[in-house]
Ligand binder design. Structure first.
Ligand code: ADP
Ligand code: MG
Length: 916
């Protein structure tokens, strides 16, 4: 990633510069921060690259008249602040520190790279958001991918996509590649297998790793490179020794986890996932200079075990971030509140906060597992006092997961150890609160081991309120080590000894103003003012002359000083030793601590769901197997109902595979269509994440994916070539939706000319109806589309009710059967205050357009003449009759006089497709 270090040939190489260059040679792709005194310095190219990012002055280190090295530096105490800037720019930093005391070094001080800080391997609390995961990703591709991909045009289902059969057979899908994801700050470690290039790119966009390693195999596909280009500035292609082969990769993982085979993890030794996982682990261990004992397991998290939400859907549904205008308006902490996360996040602990994000990003798909979460949430929601107690205690439980990681990495600080101690102290009471719970999931969580041994050890060894740093002393409790206690009382008493000596000397010399003092340069001394110089005894040794006083030492004072300093030094050394022992004890409890942290995190999320459910009067959904209906009574939009001042109008929805697969929703602008669509998707998402839902009742057949596509002009956030984006995303839906998916299409087709858009929308609905059969909600301002309900048996029309009153409209925000027969655009324009003359003229033009372009009857209708009864007939026939007969009956039913050219074309298309 970087050019080789430029070194002017004439440069005079001091030993220090030589030491620097040796270090730099080992870390060509990182910015080397080289400790000199109180600064970390950067040289040459590193300095040139880093200075503008760090906003520090680029200077030159003079070496004679004609050569100079560019350099810049940052104060060592502010290192974290500057590291954050380098990381944000996607750079890595190698911290090269002094590893011996400069005062004691003979010649050049020894320096070593103590750690390499990279965006994806952070564990410092100062550099991390406590509520976000921080993932390092390593990706590897099958050698065969190139060939498979080459067989068809890019993205064709047959080319790289999962075959329909593969969808439901985990592990049997041909993997084109895999990604391994590691959070060094928590020890979470998992792999994902990808069946297609899009799936890989989608998954990466969803998981948002901070850093990407290319771990070998074939070159990454273009879609992945494009994603990295856009969203992941730190990419490293592993090479040389770091590039593992499958055998070494498998061995490395087996050694780390102490297992003889990887099959226990559900992995085949030669698959790309193994290569990726080993690469991620090896890289993290190398940069952290640690064995990473807190990385306890490797999970295979199959994409298809969970409800799949692509990045576009998460964005459209505003799950984590507000979109469009809302995003621009909301800043600061208020920003999150207008998202689903903002509404649901009442977690009390950082691990709970991270887990909630994970549950929302990857909701479940197994109705039974979801039901277990619901049961737990409902139980907690019903018991207010218990929930309050639980949440109060959880708030004090802290972040054991990340503290464990710090212990394993050897970077645990005394006050962090105290935080772990205090957190562990809450564990038994937290678990006791749920020990008698009826919900099986709560019972399981209650069975976690609260680690009383570790808690007791922390309580025994640590001071109640330890000092921040080890070199100050005051970290280890009294009574832990008799030797330490002795030194401590010595240093404490020494102050008294010095005072006693002062008193004795005053008496001996008769100088009442004589003072025993201490400073860092001279140590202890006796100060005598000039007026009293005559009375200074002969055995005083002069050390320093001030304007109005002289400073002396005596042999006795020197001896006392040596005792005191030795005792202090010994005391600190012993404290360091005990603290390291304690850190090792914590690290050794990694497995138990990990399990406990996971249990507390899950409990925190369940309690958070319960809190919202109680506050917002959510109901418990009933989960049905995949393919079942989605029936919601009096559903509300979880975010809008909290954000809007007006009372929210609840609405029902009824989607099923037989008669209401596709709901076409028409109605005026501002009628509430987009809100309704999102509310249904959010309720399904919430339910599958384990939350209760804003509805009177809900029965939900689990879905495998939620797709959303928001028409171009509604899509304020993007501003790209919007129609193209719209069509690409729609294509994605048409390729990947299954009969178990939920599809939300909001104003699709809007981004182009009217007839283009209308025809596309028409064809898309037909395709979803005939081929993919996902449950679909389609909001459209093309009221002509509602004619489809007459033609297609599983399409139903709904409209947002409005009341016309005195030339104006009142939005009732209620979804009703039927369709809007006009678009109400003019009414909205009037509401918006357009001059009456303009409105009148527009009405005139509209009348012309409608009469000439759509229909001789003056009504904008495309497929008039289909009585619903006539439509039901062919539907019946489809099931039992040969296709020719169906076509014949459809033809007979059609009234050619009433058919527009477009409708005719569509009819022809549908007839043809029935035949084959
Ligand atoms: P459309 O997509 O039909 O143009 P929107 O869904 O964008 O309409 O809704 C417009 C506004 O109406 C929203 O900003 C929201 O505040 C309000 N709204 C929508 N649905 C409801 C409802 N069910 N109850 C109350 N207010 C609603
Ligand atoms: Mg809308």
């Amino acid at each position: 990633m970087s050019d080789p270090v430029v070194r002017p040939p004439t440069l005079h190489l001091t030993p220090m510069l030589r030491q620097y260059l040796a270090v730099k040679a080992q870390h060509p792709d990182a910015i080397v921060l080289y400790r000199m005194g109180d600064f970390f310095e950067m040289f040459f190219d590193d300095a040139v690259k880093a200075a503008p990012i760090l906003e520090v002055q680029l200077t030159a280190r003079q070496r004679g008249s004609d050569n100079e090295a560019p350099m810049c530096g940052v104060p060592h105490h502010a290192l974290d602040t500057y590291l954050a800037k380098l990381l944000a720019a996607g750079l890595k930093a190698a911290i090269c520190d002094q590893v011996e005391d400069p005062a004691k070094a003979k010649g050049l001080v020894r320096r070593e790279v103590v750690r390499v800080v990279t965006p994806g391997t952070l564990s410092d609390p100062g550099l991390l958001d406590s509520r976000e995961e921080n993932l390092l990703a390593a990706v590897a591709w099958s050698e065969g991918r190139g060939r498979r991909e080459a067989r068809g045009p890019r993205g064709e289902p047959g080319a790289a996509g999962p075959g329909p059969a593969g969808r439901d057979a985990p592990g049997e899908r041909p993997a084109i590649g895999a990604g391994a994801f590691l959070d060094v700050s928590t020890g979470d470690f998992f792999v994902r297998r990808w069946a297609s290039v899009e799936e890989a790119a989608d998954d990466l966009a969803l998981l948002r790793p901070r850093e990407l390693l290319l771990a070998g195999g074939a070159a990454p596909p273009a879609a992945v490179s494009e994603w990295a280009e856009r969203d992941c500035p730190c990419v490293t292609a592993l090479e040389g020794d770091r590039l593992l082969d499958p055998r070494r990769a498998a061995e490395l993982l087996q050694r780390h986890f102490g297992t003889g085979t990887l099959r226990g993890f559900g992995l085949q030794p030669d698959e790309p996932a193994v290569l990726a996982a080993a690469a991620a682990l090896a890289y993290a261990r190398e940069t952290q200079r640690s064995e990473l004992a807190h990385v306890q397991a490797l999970a295979v998290r199959e994409v298809q075990d969970r409800l799949v939400l692509d990045a576009a859907t998460l964005a459209n549904l505003e799950v984590f971030r507000p979109a469009g205008a809302a995003a621009a308006a909301a800043t600061g902490p208020g920003r999150r509140r207008v998202t689903l996360l903002g509404v649901l996040d009442h977690t009390a602990t950082p691990p709970g906060g991270r887990l909630l994000r994970e549950w929302l990003r990857r909701p479940l798909r197994d109705p039974e597992a979801i039901g277990r979460r619901h049961q737990a949430v409902a139980e907690l929601a019903a018991d207010h006092p218990r929930r309050e107690r639980l949440r109060g205690r959880l708030a004090r439980a802290g972040d054991p997961e990340r503290l464990l990681a710090r212990a394993v990495l050897g970077t645990l600080m005394p006050r962090e150890a105290a935080a772990l101690r205090d957190g562990l102290a809450e564990a038994p009471a937290i678990l006791a609160e749920i020990a008698a719970a009826a919900a099986p999931l709560l019972g399981e969580l209650a069975a976690a081991d609260p680690l009383p041994g570790l808690a007791a050890e922390l309580a025994r060894v640590l001071e109640p309120a330890p000092a921040a740093n080890l070199d100050e002393g005051g970290v280890i409790a009294a009574g832990v080590d008799p030797e330490l206690d002795r030194y401590r009382s010595l240093t404490r008493d020494s102050k008294r000894h010095v005072l006693a000596l002062e008193a004795r000397e005053r008496e001996r010399t008769g100088i009442a103003s004589l003072k025993a003092r201490y400073n860092r340069v001279f140590g202890y001394y006796l100060e005598v003012s000039n007026a009293n110089q005559a009375r200074v005894p002969a055995d005083y040794i002069r050390r320093q002359t001030l304007a109005n006083a002289e400073r002396y030492v005596t042999t006795e004072l020197k001896e006392l000083e040596e005792q005191i300093l030795a005792a202090e030094e010994r005391q600190v050394a012993l404290e360091v030793q005990h603290f390291q022992g304690l850190t090792a004890t914590v690290a050794a409890a990694a497995a138990g601590l990990h399990a406990l942290a996971a249990a507390l995190g899950a409990l925190d999320v369940l309690a958070s769901f319960a809190e919202v459910a109680a506050r917002q009067r959510y109901g418990c959904p009933q989960m049905l197997p995949a393919g079942g209906p989605i029936a919601i009574r009096e559903g509300r939009h979880p975010v809008v109902e909290q954000a809007s001042r007006d009372a929210f109008v609840p609405n029902d929805v009824e989607l099923d595979a037989e008669s209401a697969q596709i709901v076409l929703l028409t109605g005026p602008n501002m009628g509430g269509k987009s809100t309704y669509l999102r509310q249904v998707a959010l309720i399904v998402l919430m339910a599958q994440a384990g939350s209760l839902v804003p509805a009177e009742s809900a029965a939900i057949g689990v879905v495998d994916r939620i797709f959303t596509r928001v028409g171009a002009s509604d899509d304020l956030a993007r501003g790209e070539s919007t129609f193209m984006v719209e069509m690409i995303e729609t294509a994605n839906i048409l390729r990947h939706a299954t009969e178990h998916s939920l599809v939300i299409l909001d104003e699709v087709g809007r981004g182009t000319a009217t007839f283009d858009g209308l025809s596309l929308a028409w064809a898309i609905v037909e395709h979803l109806h005939e081929h993919r059969r996902p449950k679909t909600l389609f909001a459209t301002h093309y009221h002509e589309l509602t004619e489809l309900a007459a033609l297609l048996p599983r399409v139903v029309n709904r409209t947002m009710a409005v009341k016309e009153w005195d030339e104006r409209i009142v939005f009732l925000r209620r979804v009703e059967p039927g369709s809007a027969d006009k678009s109400y655009g003019l009414h909205v324009a009037r509401l918006a205050g357009l001059p009456p003359a303009v409105i009148e003229r527009a009405a005139e033009i509209l009348a012309n357009l409608e009469s000439q372009e759509y229909d001789l009857a003056g009504r904008p209708r495309l497929a008039r003449g289909h009585a619903p009864a006539a439509a039901a007939d062919p539907a019946q026939l489809t099931l039992f009759a040969p296709p020719e007969q169906v076509v014949a009956s459809l033809l007979r039913a059609v009234d050619l006089d009433q058919l527009s050219p477009l409708a005719a074309l569509n009819l022809l298309h549908s007839l043809k497709s029935r035949l084959g």
